[in-house]
Write a protein that binds this ligand. Structure first.
Ligand code: ADP
Length: 478
């Protein structure tokens, strides 16, 4: 990819900042600058919000069939362009190309899912059993909505918000993460090709605090969908109070994975590999704490060490790899800190080498830690790196208590060959999502989201579109 000055999609078309300001986007694999993107001013963001509001007037009354057709076109475009878009994702985010291709496909599934959901928006009639009044409930688009998205799935996190918002009849203005704006701008190009009307989708780039403040202070922006850290999510909750916005928050996770005594060991090992090391562990539903029944722990541990030893860490631009670099030096420092502290407090290195920060790269080789306990920071903080932390349990109640010992409640996993027992455990887990004998739980039709400090609201399927709609109840007499 050539280093170039990109434009962002705002205020009627592709624009630069009026002041000529921009910032660089780096590749974490090569450390090279891939492109520069505009740094819009607060005034330019407010102008974009006004444009969204003007575009809303026609979009909210555009027939659902037309909105659905546009979403279908968007899905087709993404699939047609999957190689090119995957190359952009991999270059700016660092994940292997095979994972990037999967992300494009997953994004296209959201377009198709919401093309269908757009056609299912209904008005409901309620019988008043005591009078001839007619009671009706209409679902209406929320209006102008904003999205703030993270860098770990730079296309999919944006695509799933955008698809649901457009299906609902909202106009959409998004701020991608500064580390990965190029995938978002590629989605902007998809919108232009799929004939999304002008200003119905805008992708704005610039300083996070400036753009965030403009979104949160605006009375025009009626909802904000955010995926990112719990710290930023809490700030957005505070900032949203002055204008009483509807929020959808998908925040941090701290996923436990319980491996019961009767689990199929081969399946569990494969599931753990995928559920931990995909995207170098930079996934909010990644396994953060592996809880293994003590009787099978030695076998699982041995098989995991062997499987992890087969994973290839990034070497150069031409050799395929499984584990890419972490997104920033700050991410490496966090991983190194959590591992070192855990080892100092009694955890042991079951496989690999202790991660250490390097100035020339953000690569971290995978390792496995045994004997983690709840007194360690690694138990409570989302590590976001290729480090598998495990401990053992002796009975199911203990495993459930350990799993629930966190402020987070996004994803969790259970492996057992007794499905009934696994579902009974799932029932007691305080998490928004549970994978049973499976760690590939993301699905465009299913409600993705968490409880506790992992946030609120859901994305995906009919649950996701509801976040972009409000109800109007009409009571009709005569
Ligand atoms: P992470 O630590 O994983 O990068 P963040 O919550 O910092 O998580 O980032 C997620 C998204 O939130 C990114 O798009 C980032 O630019 C944005 N962001 C960070 N701080 C703010 C803020 N104060 N206001 C609005 N958006 C923010």
């Amino acid at each position: 990819m050539e280093q170039e000055q990109k434009s962002c999609l705002a205020n009627g078309g592709w624009v630069q900042s009026a002041a000529g300001q921009s910032f660089p986007v780096f590749s974490p694999t090569t450390n090279k600058v891939l492109a520069h993107v505009p740094k819009l001013s607060e005034q330019e963001i407010h102008k974009a919000i006004d444009c969204s509001h003007r575009a809303l007037q026609a979009w909210k009354v555009t027939p659902a069939r037309t909105r659905a057709k546009i979403l279908t076109n968007l899905g087709t475009y993404l699939l047609d362009m999957r190689e090119q878009i995957a190359a952009i994702i991999s270059a700016e985010q660092g994940k292997p190309i095979t994972e990037a291709l999967g992300e494009v496909q997953y994004s296209a599934q959201y377009m198709q899912c919401y093309a269908e959901e757009a056609l299912r928006i209904t008005t409901e009639a309620i019988e008043d059993n005591d009078s001839p009044k007619h009671l009706e409930v209409q679902s209406r688009p929320l209006g102008v909505v904003a999205a703030i998205t993270p860098w770990n799935f730079p296309l999919a996190m944006l695509a799933r918000k955008m698809a649901a918002a457009l299906a609902a009849g909202c106009t959409f203005i998004a701020k991608p993460a500064p580390e990965t704006p190029l995938s978002a701008l590629a989605l902007g190009e998809a919108c232009c090709s799929a004939k999304v009307p002008t200003d119905v989708v805008q992708i704005v780039t610039g300083d996070a605090h400036t753009i965030g403040r403009a979104f949160m202070q605006s009375k025009i922006v009626r909802g904000v969908s955010f995926t990112g850290s719990t710290t930023t999510g809490k700030l957005l909750i505070e900032q949203s109070s002055s204008t009483v916005k509807k929020l959808t928050l998908e925040l941090g996770g701290n996923a436990p994975c319980i491996i019961c005594k009767d689990a199929n060991i081969e399946d569990a090992v494969q599931g753990i590999l995928l559920g931990k090391f995909r995207n170098a562990g930079q996934v909010c539903i990644a396994i953060n704490r592996l809880l293994i029944h003590e009787d099978i722990a030695p076998e699982i541990s041995r098989k995991l060490a062997h499987a992890v030893s087969q994973l290839k860490t990034y070497e150069n631009e031409t050799t395929p790899y499984d584990i890419g670099p972490l997104i920033t030096q700050a991410a490496v420092h966090k991983v190194a800190r959590l591992v070192t502290e855990a080892l100092n407090q009694g955890a042991t290195l079951a496989y690999g080498t202790i991660p250490a920060a390097r100035t020339d790269s953000t690569l971290v080789k995978p390792c496995i830690l045994a004997g983690i306990t709840s007194s360690m920071a690694i138990w409570h903080e989302e590590i976001f790196g290729p480090i598998l932390s495990m401990t053992t349990f002796s009975d199911t109640d203990e495993a459930i208590a350990l799993a629930n010992d966190t402020d987070y409640g996004l994803a969790s996993y259970v492996y057992s060959s007794d499905l009934e027992a696994a579902r009974a455990i799932a029932h007691q887990l305080d998490f928004g999502m549970v994978g049973i004998n499976d760690t590939a739980i993301s699905n465009a039709r299913a409600p993705f989201g968490g409880v506790k400090q992992s946030g609120f609201g859901r994305e995906g399927g009919r649950y996701g579109i509801a976040e972009y709609m409000e109800l109007q109840y009409q009571c009709i007499s005569g």
